[in-house]
Design a protein around this ligand. Structure first.
Ligand code: 13P
Length: 252
């Protein structure tokens, strides 16, 4: 039985006060959610401590993720935030390799491997994002692109570490565009991702959660989550609204 996970990636949205309000609403709305669904929120760095404390004091089951971490352990790297700092700020997870990081901040697989290793060494679970661009899908290269993103990062981990990794498939053409992958497209890719993972980690492939991300919303979550290899979602826009996010969680 794989874990079911719904994670909200807030990206660069909300002030601390707005973020706290959102989490308070979520705590209230998700009280009756089945205990076998893991709910995660990924606020901006500045909010992490405040939101972790809020969650703790409310006895909530929600966990906190960061949206990124440095590929360096510590030292003179102005503006960077280390995996150790995130751990200290109450995070259990960290998103690594989001397509916006790859695209706008030039993050490459080599850097992402370092980030993943550092996160794991600090006891954080990486939510490792992969996904093809529109032109890559149009050229029928989507499987190849995703396989490379897995092989250059996840294949280099030890099995013991790989056990703690969550994969998020986010086709770039579906992010923030309102254009969702159909549940057939998602299932086809998720099943493929699992086969690629099995190429290196045959014993683990079946238990690694694979989340779908890209314009996932209350109206399509049920269809997506009903598919065998879709273990939940990484939600952008819709995670900023407590009602919508809760509806997505309840879609399982
Ligand atoms: P949207 O749900 O806004 O398309 O964003 C998806 C995403 O990038 C989550 O990480």
């Amino acid at each position: 039985m794989r874990r079911k996970i719904v994670a909200g990636n807030w990206k660069m949205n909300t002030t601390i006060q707005e973020g706290e309000l959102l989490v308070k609403q979520l705590n209230f709305l998700t009280k009756e959610i089945s205990a076998d669904i893991d709910v995660i929120v990924a606020p901006p760095f500045t909010h992490l401590t405040a939101i972790s404390s809020l969650i703790k004091s409310d006895n909530s089951n929600i966990s906190v993720a960061a949206q990124n971490c440095s590929d360096k352990e510590s030292g003179a790297f102005t503006g960077e935030v280390s995996a150790k700092m995130l751990q200290g700020a109450g995070c259990r997870y960290v998103i690594i390799g989001h397509s916006e990081r790859r695209e706008y901040f030039g993050e490459i697989n080599e850097t992402l491997l370092k980030k993943t290793e550092l996160a794991l060494s600090e006891g954080l679970s990486p939510i490792y994002c992969i996904g093809e661009r529109l032109e890559e899908r149009e050229q029928n290269r989507h499987f190849e692109v995703v396989a490379e993103q897995i092989k250059e990062v996840l294949y280099k981990l030890r099995g013991l570490d790989m056990e703690r990794v969550i994969v998020a498939y986010e086709p770039v053409w579906a992010i923030g565009t309102g254009k969702t992958a159909t549940s057939d497209q998602a299932e086809e890719m998720h099943a493929y991702i699992r086969r690629v993972i099995a190429g290196k980690f045959p014993k683990l492939a079946d238990s690694i959660p694979i989340l779908y991300g890209g314009s996932c919303k209350p109206s399509n979550a049920k269809d997506l989550f009903s598919r065998e290899n879709v273990d939940g979602g990484l939600i952008g826009g819709a995670s900023l609204n407590a009602q919508d996010f809760t509806e997505i969680i309840k879609s399982f």
